[in-house]
Design a protein around this ligand. Structure first.
Ligand code: ADP
Length: 433
């Protein structure tokens, strides 16, 4: 198990993530490598304590570049105030962006603010099939632009050559650290970085195929004020602090330790993904579940009150699932009747109100399915920061909110998690029933 105690009182690594679930994914990775990590939702009012890494979650992936730059710079300034020594800009492992931004623009601005002249860009995440060879990004066995990402509604990726993609987003020179260099290890990568800097390269895409490459790249980046990439590249950064004596392994303080939370439990599902449909069906075989019908909400029926009454009956004995999850055909029908946006907003608002009602009833452990749904519930519960605990399933850690009345949360984007995720998550959040 990864364990750590930071003898410093200040955090070491300050991270800025361009979306919420990406931030959690990164935080999960840092905890796995031994750093006590807190994820904040935007810039919080209070500074977290007893922490080695902070991940500020922004929603800056697809907003105008000038706004993404301004928000990222504000996050950087706050992380600098907390005493962080190195900074990390996290984006998606599919390099989600357009010629208008925001990866290049934000990287440029962060470099300038840090007075730095060079950084790397490496979205590689072998665990999820993202590899980079000769500057070209592969998703499993396909080039990025043949992977389905070319049809993404907001950030269509039509070119797998990331040197070309990034060059469109910055006036600085973009270079490549190719696989033949990476395969030779950290020293060779450092030598190549020095050579690229000499040539005036400001950002270098770095090839990588396996986790071993990411550890070598991480070691080579020890002296860089700014590193950029997906959550995979973060694997190699904690080791630098351990080698520098700033992060000490200790049997007494596992990085993934969360404070215990007392109270009832509930599961809320607002995702209509295939994985969530499977998890809902599995849960219903043995546990109580209440279905939310978007059309009933639209008709003004007392859906929230009914859901809370249902959950109340079971609270003392077992957790209930409250779900809007249904087949994609039914979602399409509802969307045709109500409009896509209204259907989404109705469900999100309803689940958010139910979460508030459950909290008032004493629920302190929430398992939430759905990216947007998670955002809505976290906001409804007024959660501003999360301490990150042990991984439940790949990419989804247990978390506990920081604040007056802490709640335990498992937040999963739709397609994550095994079929028994809800049961497993509840157990890991401390519900042993
Ligand atoms: P995911 O992570 O799977 O994308 P989100 O919570 O981000 O999950 O989004 C799920 C979306 O699915 C909601 O915004 C909502 O519009 C839609 N949805 C879920 N259930 C229903 C339903 N029963 N009727 C209509 N839309 C639904």
């Amino acid at each position: 198990m990864s364990i750590s105690v930071n003898p410093q009182t200040k955090p070491l690594l300050g991270c800025i993530a361009d979306d919420f679930t990406g931030a959690t994914d990164l935080a999960n990775m840092l905890v796995r490598e031994g750093m006590r990590t807190v994820q904040t939702i935007g810039i919080p009012e209070c500074a977290p304590t007893d922490v080695d890494a902070i991940v500020v979650a922004l929603k800056s992936r697809t907003i105008p570049a000038t706004e993404a730059v301004a928000e990222s710079l504000a996050a950087l300034a706050w992380l600098q105030q907390q005493g962080c020594q190195q900074f990390f800009f996290k984006y998606c492992s599919t390099f989600d962006s357009t010629a208008a931004g925001n990866i290049g623009q934000v990287t440029d601005a962060l470099l300038a603010a840090l007075g730095a002249d060079f950084t790397i860009a490496c979205p590689v995440f072998p665990e999820t099939g993202r590899t980079l060879y000769r500057g070209h990004l592969f998703i499993q066995n396909q080039l990025l632009n043949e992977s389905g990402m070319q049809n993404h509604p907001l950030t269509p990726m039509t070119d797998a050559n990331l040197v070309r993609v990034l060059q469109q987003q910055t006036s600085g020179k973009v270079g490549l650290v190719g696989y033949p260099v990476v395969a030779q290890g950290a020293e060779a990568i450092q030598t190549e970085i020095a050579a690229l800097r000499q040539q005036g390269v400001r950002m270098a895409i770095v090839d990588a195929l396996e986790n071993a490459d990411l550890y070598a790249i991480g070691a080579a980046c020890a002296g860089l004020p700014l590193v950029t990439g997906g959550s995979g590249i973060a694997l190699g950064l904690p080791g630098n602090f351990i080698r520098a004596g700033l992060l000490n392994p200790s049997e007494n303080a596992p990085a993934n330790t969360l404070p215990a939370v007392e109270g009832w439990s509930a599961v809320l599902a607002g995702s209509a993904s295939l994985a969530t449909n499977g998890q809902v069906a599995h849960w219903k075989e043995n546990h109580p579940a209440f279905r939310i019908d978007a059309l009933a909400v639209a008709r003004g029926e007392p859906v929230v009150a009914n859901a809370l009454a249902f959950a109340s009956q079971h609270l003392a004995t077992q957790a209930s699932l409250i779900y809007a999850t249904t087949t994609s055909d039914e979602v399409k029908q509802v969307q045709a009747t109500l409009g896509v946006e209204r259907a989404g907003a109705l469900i999100e608002d309803t689940l958010a109100e139910i979460a508030r009602g459950l909290f008032a009833l004493g629920v302190r452990r929430f398992v939430i399915a759905g990216g947007e749904t998670s955002g809505a519930v976290v906001q409804a519960l007024n959660v501003k920061a999360l301490r990150i605990g042990k991984q439940i399933d790949p990419g989804v850690p247990a978390t506990t909110s920081i604040g007056e009345t802490p709640v335990a949360l498992a937040l999963k984007s739709g397609n994550f998690g095994a079929v028994d995720f809800f049961e497993k998550a509840l157990r890991q959040l401390g519900d042993a029933r």
